[in-house]
Ligand binder design. Structure first.
Ligand SMILES: C[S@@+](CC[C@H](N)C(=O)[O-])C[C@H]1O[C@@H](n2cnc3c(N)ncnc32)[C@H](O)[C@@H]1O
Length: 360
């Protein structure tokens, strides 16, 4: 696999602008960061009565902790184990993105929004690059650190709410990242993002397409409907995909390949897509891809049970059935003889100015 796997599909270049943001991973950024002055995190559960009772009285299931605010809306865990994994995943995707935290051609943005911010590591790292910007991260779970750069704010909020907290034409930049499997409608998120961006503002989406892919014939085929494949990751992916119809609310498990088209249909312009292959384990011989594969394998193995419990029980599977199945899925993930990868999509698009809209 090589850089040839980049797919560029429109006019705007995703190649490095001169201010290309390269930053190194330092785990969770803490109050010890030398570049920024710190203040206590500002966090409000704007749509709940009491932060403590309504938002932090977390339910536990399958040995994992889940979010409380709008309980059940998100099917993956929010515990410490998941936070550690999310930060590791952030590091892996920075490797995939050649160290970059964003690709949109940003020029002195003042208001930035990160929907579904998770541990908040992205806003915290961006804060040092854009000290003049106010960067807001929202999430169903208040799992972000409590001491952060003073230009970073976290809010507990549900992006699926009909009304967002800000007025239209407010943000210079909105980021939607790694929401696959977690949200009922990416199209709806794109529509609301367009409303809340200023004309000329940029939306940036980062999503992995979890469908297993292979270019050299080393991956056994998918099984017929109802059967099992010799490569159990196929069966896992199919079960996840099906479960999206059964959870309440239904969730989309294959967002990535549709983002570009959905952004065009929503009314964004200057859309550009970058697709990178992410090996499932360190099977590639290329050293950089091998390193990404090393992190990818760890990420899969750390995430797998948390990604599986709620979706697969919604299909009627029991916990013991899930555990037995995951043994084979783990074997598939670790199999270096199968040159499996998944596609990572980055798509950027700009909100047109009113006169541009008329010309379209
Ligand atoms: C896989 S994590 C990704 C976190 C972060 N964007 C990143 O790239 O590391 C998905 C996050 O989206 C949040 N989320 C899911 N549905 C949401 C919603 N409707 N509103 C706000 N946040 C949501 C989850 O709580 C979770 O923290």
């Amino acid at each position: 696999m090589s850089e040839d796997s980049d797919t560029l599909t429109s006019k705007v270049s995703l190649e490095d602008p001169s201010d290309s943001p390269i930053s190194t991973y330092s785990g969770l950024v803490s109050a010890a960061s030398p570049k920024v002055s710190m203040s206590p995190m500002s966090r409000m559960a704007l749509r709940s009565d009491s932060l403590t009772e309504t938002v932090m009285d977390y339910p536990f299931q399958y040995g994992r902790r889940y979010h409380k605010y709008h309980e059940g809306a998100y099917v993956f865990p929010n515990d410490e184990k998941e936070s550690v994994r999310l930060n590791m995943q952030h590091h892996m995707f920075k490797l995939v993105n050649n160290g970059r935290l964003y690709f949109a051609p940003l020029q002195d943005p003042r208001k930035m929004l990160d929907i579904g911010t998770g541990t908040g590591i992205w806003p915290i790292e961006m804060a040092a690059l854009f000290p003049n910007a106010e960067i807001t991260g929202t999430d169903l779970s208040p799992i972000q650190p409590t001491v952060v750069p003073e230009n970073v704010h976290f809010l507990v909020d549900d992006a699926a709410e009909e009304e967002w907290l800000w007025h239209h034409d407010y943000f210079d930049y909105i980021r939607l990242a790694h929401l696959t499997g977690g949200i009922p409608s990416s199209e709806e998120l794109l529509r609301k993002s367009l409303q809340h961006l200023k004309p000329g503002g940029w939306l940036e989406c980062h999503e992995m397409d979890p469908k297993p892919m292979c270019d050299d014939g080393t991956m056994p085929p998918e099984a017929e409907e109802g059967g099992l494949s010799a490569f159990a990751l196929h069966d896992w992916w199919r079960a996840q995909h099906q479960s999206g119809q059964f959870t309440n609310p239904p969730r989309q498990f294959r967002i990535a390949p549709r983002i570009e088209r959905s952004m065009i249909e929503s009314g964004f312009v200057d859309i550009q897509q970058r697709i990178k292959k992410v090996p499932t384990n360190p099977w590639p011989s290329d050293p950089e891809m091998k390193e990404i594969g090393f992190h990818s394998e760890r990420n899969w193995l750390e995430a797998l049970s948390g990604w599986s419990y709620k979706p697969l029980t919604s299909l009627g599977w029991t916990r013991p059935e899930i555990e037995v199945f995951l043994v084979n899925v783990r074997k598939a993930i670790r199999n270096r003889d199968v040159h499996c990868y998944t596609n990572y999509h980055v798509v950027i698009g700009r909100k047109p100015f009113p006169d541009e809209k008329e010309a379209l």
